[in-house]
Design a protein around this ligand. Structure first.
Ligand code: GRF
Length: 197
């Protein structure tokens, strides 16, 4: 199974997927890395791993439509079976969503359907969880559709919120869990336990 990972910033989730694949824990390979951010650590991580890594953005390509065309060309060139959004801060164009329907997944650092939707990303999520006094947060992996964080949930795991947690300490605990959970869940997808398409 060929995976394309899309990431905008640090790419620690991307790294966990690359390492999981290379250590034979997943049964798939990261065949392409795509970022809308040319300076991202994610792009650097892809290049360091010797994976074809692309900086593709609306600014660079000229329009949303042209970006979608270039994305589709890269996905085709690398025979991509599945797209994983690991901290990708852009909505995908409808043509990409349609062509890879049911084959695009996103990871979200909370227990959807709560703490998701427009504006719920990065520290905003953990700030909201702490402010609400939740005893539990977690990680959600879901299919991607044309809305934010609304596609079918395929896997979830919980992470405790401690009494003295700050949004930062909670974010670190959730991110650490993401790294192992990604390996488990993408492995399930590669084994066909979670269906593509
Ligand atoms: C993760 O918290 C993930 O849940 C969210 O974006 C973050 C990516 O972190 N979608 P990193 O860039 O992989 O370190």
């Amino acid at each position: 199974m060929n995976i394309a990972v899309f990431a905008s910033h640090g790419g620690s989730d991307l790294q966990a997927i690359i390492d999981g694949c290379r250590n034979d824990l997943i049964g798939a390979q990261v065949a392409a890395v795509i970022s809308n951010n040319g300076d991202s650590m994610a792009l650097q991580r892809g290049r360091n791993a010797g994976i074809p890594s692309y900086h593709l953005s609306t600014k660079k390509c000229g329009s949303e439509e042209q970006l979608a065309e270039e994305l589709l060309a890269v996905l085709k060139e690398h025979d991509i079976d599945m797209i994983f959004l690991a901290g990708y801060m852009r909505m995908l164009h409808i043509s990409v969503l349609e062509q890879y329907s049911g084959r695009i997944f996103n990871i979200h650092p909370a227990l959807l359907p709560r703490y998701g939707g427009r504006g719920m990303y990065g520290m905003n999520v953990h700030n909201a969880v702490i402010a609400a006094g939740e005893k539990e947060s977690g990680v959600t992996i879901h299919r991607v559709d044309a809305e934010y964080d609304s596609g079918e949930i395929v896997a979830q795991t919980t992470v405790p919120v401690m009494e003295d947690d700050t949004p930062e300490s909670l974010a670190a605990r959730v991110l650490e869990r993401e790294h192992s959970f990604l390996v488990e869940v993408i492995g399930s997808i590669a084994r066909g336990e979670i269906r593509l398409g």
